[in-house]
Design a protein around this ligand. Structure first.
Ligand SMILES: Nc1ncnc2c1ncn2[C@@H]1O[C@H](COP(=O)(O)OP(=O)(O)OP(=O)(O)O)[C@@H](O)[C@H]1O
Ligand SMILES: [Mg+2]
Length: 575
């Protein structure tokens, strides 16, 4: 019912200790309040005047006010703690997401991670608050009241004691059913958020191919499933509230009947009987409160478990290497480096050496594994087997800060941040002057775009702002590379995939100078780039089938030659 990890949150123990003190005080005040009220009522019953009960009334009022103050104080302490614990959890989660990198988002789905960091954390805040307050109160207040009841009338105390386990058994039974339903609901919610985000991202394609209606239907169906699962949780929650109310009311009624008979037969005296009758609802109140809020905490419990699962994944350990800035004498060897996606596609063991400031082309048909190979070299994917040897150091993967800090990576679809054009271009070099940014923009041929933008390079671009075409996004990525002279390694993944051949050739002229004095790894299926490459890796169906200089590959008359022949007449002959 309670996630034990809750008690391992930083600061949980100290707040719990303080809360225990406050709730014990609260229990004492509840008892004081009941006893003084009983004393006043009994006094009045025996015909004493209001005036003579003044002291009792005052003490009752004092207990009442103090109880409210203690309640408020404990509540505000707890909500402050819950807020800060939830915030620190969000911080840790985000840190972990960045540490684990792209494979986590692939694993979990971006939509799910977004809802987890936003709604999930607020649910956890509520969960912490309810669990720490209600559970503690439930463990303290009824015990104190029961002890006093034994002193006042042991038969009544026994009745109260006997009913309690019954209520708890019911609560556990219904709670478990609710938990199962809530787990289903959480799963449906995860699918809904991923599905929704996917559809938002692909909305232009969906509209274009006329599938948007069918997709909106699929979102409608997921949200319907979510609605049904939510109703299932609520039904059980209602049922459990009803069952508990029934049991507690019944037991208070039994007490009242027993006490009434006792009084009529003069077996009992008024004071203890009335005190117990006043205290009985207070005795059952904590468990009723807990049960009625229990379903509200289930989402928090599930989010908490989901976040803890992510947090418990080990951080990638970075070997301590002393890499120096990449130079013409350095080597990167791939020794039997292989990869397998969870859903089947594989890269067979690759063996090659990338040397110094070479320009290395990676070619192959679509789906042959170019991006996968590039992503392993760039450190985004961890090979399943094999190793890299970088500057003489063997490493299992290239996810090395010292390697990443030397790379400029231009992916197949570069990401344009929602920021000004200037900040997007100066991504690797935030401190450069506006003049240099404008120069870079000019070099990659984005002057026309700047002329169109209302605030020039300070115009906000990206999602939700001025959206750019695929080619413009790639030019921005190139401008980033142009500005950064320090990074000596350029990794390109189809940087001209979105461009028509004329634009590509125009851009090629601007890109070639960027490649000078740098190690370049360039994946593409446009073969005309190979004329500028010193060494070529040829991929086919996840295998490195050939490697060598272009001349050697052409002379070999193998798969590369086949590719060239297939494309002859196309872009291959363009210089
Ligand atoms: N995240 C992934 N999960 C599972 N399989 C994947 C994933 N990404 C790629 N694949 C599969 O791995 C194989 C190689 O894909 P990859 O993207 O490396 O090819 P590519 O040569 O870059 O293709 P393209 O020229 O179209 O970019 C393909 O069969 C692809 O379907
Ligand atoms: Mg690719």
């Amino acid at each position: 019912m309670i996630d034990k990890a809750l008690f391992k949150l930083p600061g949980a123990r100290s707040i719990l200790k303080r809360l225990v003190g406050l709730y014990v005080l609260q229990a004492v005040l509840i008892i004081g309040q009941a006893l003084f009220l009983t004393a006043v009522l009994v006094g009045l019953w025996h015909g004493h005047s209001w005036q003579s009960q003044g002291r009792g009334i005052l003490l009752f009022a004092l207990c009442f006010v103090l109880r409210q103050i203690v309640n408020w104080w404990a509540g505000s302490k707890l909500s402050r703690y819950a807020r800060s614990a939830a915030q620190s959890l969000r911080g840790r989660l985000l840190k972990k997401v960045f540490a684990l990198g792209p494979h986590l988002t692939q694993d979990q789905g971006t939509g799910h991670l977004v809802t987890l960091t936003l709604d999930g954390i607020s649910n956890i805040e509520q969960y912490i608050e309810l669990m720490f307050s209600k559970v503690l109160v439930m463990m303290i207040v009824p015990v104190v009241i029961l002890l006093l009841s034994f002193y006042l009338n042991w038969v009544c105390a026994l009745i109260m004691l006997a009913v309690y386990p019954l209520i708890i058994i019911f609560m556990i039974l219904l709670g478990n059913a609710a938990l199962d339903k809530a787990k289903t609901q959480f799963g449906v919610f995860t699918k809904l958020s991923n599905n929704f985000l996917d559809s938002l991202r692909g909305i232009d394609v969906l509209k274009y191919v006329g599938l948007s209606k069918r997709y909106s239907k699929s979102i409608f169906n997921s949200s319907e499933r979510f609605r049904h699962s939510t109703m299932d949780v609520l039904k059980i929650a209602m049922l459990s509230t009803f069952a508990l109310d029934f049991f507690t009311t019944l037991s208070i009624a039994i007490l009242a009947v027993y006490l009434g008979y006792g009084l009529i037969q003069a077996r009992l005296t008024l004071f203890p009987s009335l005190a117990i009758l006043i205290l009985a609802p207070e005795y059952f109140k904590p468990i009723r409160n807990f049960a009625s809020d229990f379903h509200a905490t289930l989402n928090g419990k599930n989010s908490f478990a989901a976040i803890n699962k992510i947090l418990s994944q080990p951080d990638p350990v970075e070997p301590k290497l002393a890499l120096h800035p990449w130079s013409s004498n350095d080597d990167l060897q791939l020794q039997n480096v292989s990869f397998a996606y969870e859903h089947g596609a594989q890269i067979a063991p690759v063996n090659t050496t990338i040397h110094g400031l070479a320009k290395v082309g990676i070619v192959g048909m679509s789906g042959s594994g170019k991006t996968t190979l590039i992503n392993m070299i760039a450190g985004f994917l961890k090979p399943r087997a094999g190793q890299f040897v970088i500057q003489g150091h063997p490493v299992a993967e290239m996810n090395l800060a010292q390697w990443r800090s030397q790379i400029i990576y231009i992916p197949q679809s570069p990401y344009v941040f929602t920021a000004s054009l200037r900040d997007n271009v100066a991504f690797y070099t935030p401190g450069v002057s506006d003049e240099r940014v404008k120069e870079a923009i000019h070099v990659v041929g984005l002057d026309d775009l700047v002329a169109e933008l209302p605030d020039g390079i300070n115009t906000m671009i990206g999602s939700g702002k001025r959206v750019l075409s695929g080619g413009q996004a790639q030019r921005i990525a190139l401008a980033r590379a142009f500005l950064d002279r320090k990074r000596r390694i350029l990794i390109f993944d189809e940087p001209t995939a979105h461009l028509d051949i004329e634009t590509e050739l125009e851009l090629k002229k601007r890109m070639l100078p960027l490649m000078k004095d740098r190690l370049v790894i360039f994946a593409t299926h446009r073969l005309h780039w190979m004329h500028q490459m010193d060494y070529i890796l040829v991929m086919n169906h996840g295998r490195l089938v050939e490697q060598g200089t272009e001349a050697a590959l052409m002379a070999d008359n193998g798969y590369y030659r086949q590719l060239v022949d297939q494309m002859r007449g196309g872009s291959t002959n363009v210089q």
